[in-house]
Design a binder for this molecule. Structure first.
Ligand SMILES: Nc1nc2c(c(=O)[nH]1)N(C=O)[C@@H](CNc1ccc(C(=O)N[C@@H](CCC(=O)O)C(=O)O)cc1)CN2
Ligand SMILES: Nc1nc2c(ncn2[C@@H]2O[C@H](COP(=O)(O)OP(=O)(O)OP(=O)(O)O)[C@@H](O)[C@H]2O)c(=O)[nH]1
Ligand SMILES: [Mg+2]
Length: 463
């Protein structure tokens, strides 16, 4: 069922210039006459026909495959026409213009699609729920294989299914409680009879498990931002290159080689790691050069926004007064909330790292020889909170994690009401309702229009 009247839309579904085959896609109710006028004949539903795509002058713009998916059996749930043409940007623009031209007579409200609008319609027409629609975009944007696989899993509905199962269990319990509220004389032994607290405990456990998988999924989607920081010449750029397995940043024995940040996304077990190499930190009286000073200011800005800071130390210089003073200065300025890993570099020089201070995360390695890198990778995964097998994860977003957390909070409050001496059943039911609604936000059962706008506007055009 269409929940609102929507104008037909058209877009090039493949990023122009990128694909060998490009698709122009039209979606809307009642496009039959338009298809007939554009292609000169009706098309057998859901069958690929090889045809000329003719311009106004009757000359073919291209020859390609056309497919008509009559609604509701299409991606959007509306009538859809696909023109699969050669993927050149000019050819696709010509076909798009031709569609708009033919539409003037046969589909006057046809307009260009907004980003994400095809998928938004699939959502509005109940072809996909909101978490699945988001997974479409996450699949396209996935930066690692593991992220793509888990997005695909969410797209098929694995995540939504778990959320819906939880919601159903909450509804059943709520109905039971509300029925009891209607018959107050039975209230007293309600909790024992139906084992409401036992049921609630079970729901909480399942919710925790889903929350954990969603948190892992969010990690796969967003990755973590890791900043390499330390004094000049300690080997930050060398470590970036070693982690990336490529000569990305310039390495020289000259202190102050890196002037501006160098970023690269690498992956560890499928978790995207956005690694940022920065200008070496020196105190402002040492860094007299304007360029270096700006570089250092940027380093501090990067540190502020980092999920983890790798504080590099040069084993060959430990104990030198000027060097040690520089170390203390940096340590004092690191934000208290920063998650710091102390990295003792140049282990190949034969100097042993100092004994780890209690509570400090530390690893000794050689960026040059490549030793100790695995320990660092494992430490970073641990720091990020990654513990899952990528096979078990479905992609999720911070928005989903927040909704699951809110649901868990309401369940905890419900447990409190059940445990209270007066067993406030009405409050118990109300918290269950709030938990249930929080989960509904994930799949978009009730979703504010501005949230939808925000979600779909981040899609690429044509999706
Ligand atoms: N050519 C083409 N390839 C594409 C897409 C597309 O829109 N066109 N997709 C766009 O993202 C993805 C596939 N998604 C699709 C999802 C549903 C239907 C569809 O026709 N669904 C009908 C019939 C289902 C069936 O036969 O079982 C339906 O749901 O009723 C088509 C594509 C990826 N590949
Ligand atoms: N022996 C040894 N030398 C290293 C190691 N890592 C880096 N170096 C050397 O240390 C010097 C500085 O390395 P860089 O990676 O440029 O250091 P940086 O911290 O990026 O320096 P700035 O960009 O100036 O802040 C170079 O001569 C590297 O070859 C290591 O593990 N062992
Ligand atoms: Mg450098």
């Amino acid at each position: 069922m269409l929940s609102r009247h929507l104008d037909p839309i058209v877009a090039i579904a493949t990023a122009p210039g990128r694909g060998a085959v490009g698709i122009v896609r039209v979606s809307g109710q009642g496009i039959g006459a338009f298809v007939q006028a554009l292609l000169g004949s009706a098309l057998k539903p859901r069958h690929a026909s090889y045809l000329p795509f003719k311009g106004a002058d009757g000359q073919p713009i291209d020859h390609g495959l056309a497919i008509h998916f009559p609604g509701p059996h299409s991606y959007t749930g509306e009538d859809v026409l696909e023109l699969q043409a050669h993927g050149g940007p000019v050819v696709l623009q010509l076909l798009l213009a031709r569609c708009l031209e033919v539409a003037r007579g046969h589909l006057p409200r046809l307009r260009l699609a907004e980003p994400g609008e095809f998928t938004e319609r699939a959502f509005l027409n109940d072809k996909l729920d909101l978490a699945q629609a988001e997974a479409v975009s996450d699949l396209i944007e996935a930066s690692t294989e593991a992220a793509a696989r888990s997005a695909s899993r969410s797209l098929t509905g694995a995540f939504s299914q778990q959320v819906n199962e939880l919601r159903e269990r909450m509804i059943r319990l709520r109905m039971l409680v509300e029925a009891t509220l209607d018959f107050p004389e039975e209230e007293i032994d309600f909790l024992q009879k139906a084992d409401a607290t036992g049921q609630l405990r079970g729901i909480c456990q399942s919710l925790d498990a889903v929350l954990d998988r969603a948190r892992q999924g969010a990690l796969l989607r967003e990755g973590i931002k890791v900043v390499l920081a330390g004094q000049p010449n300690v080997g930050k750029s060398s470590l970036l290159n070693a982690l990336a397995g490529a000569e990305l940043a310039i390495v020289t024995p000259i202190p102050g080689t890196t002037r501006d940040k160098v970023s690269e996304t690498i992956q560890i077990e499928g978790v995207p790691l956005h690694v940022i190499d920065t200008a070496g930190l020196r105190s402002s009286d040492e860094a007299t050069d304007e360029v270096e000073r700006i570089g250092i200011a940027r380093t501090w800005a990067e540190i502020e926004g980092a999920d983890a800071v790798l504080f590099l130390h040069d084993l060959t210089r430990l104990g030198q007064p000027g060097y040690d003073a520089g170390e203390r200065e940096i340590a004092a300025r690191l934000p208290p909330k920063a998650r710091v890993v102390h990295v003792y570099n140049k282990l190949d020089a034969g100097v042993q790292p100092p004994a780890a201070e209690p509570g400090n995360r530390a690893v000794a390695l050689s960026a040059k020889a490549g030793t100790g890198l695995d320990a660092l990778r494992q430490l970073l995964l641990q720091l990020a909170g990654w513990h899952a097998q990528p096979e078990g994860v479905f992609i999720a977003r911070e928005r989903h994690v927040q909704a699951l957390r809110r649901a868990a909070e309401h369940l905890a409050l419900a447990q409190g009401h059940a445990a209270a001496a007066d067993q406030a059943l009405d409050l118990f039911a109300e918290e269950l309702r709030l938990a249930h609604d929080a989960l509904g936000e994930i799949t978009g059962v009730f979703t504010a229009d501005d949230l939808l706008g925000e979600i779909f506007s981040r899609f690429c055009i044509g999706k």
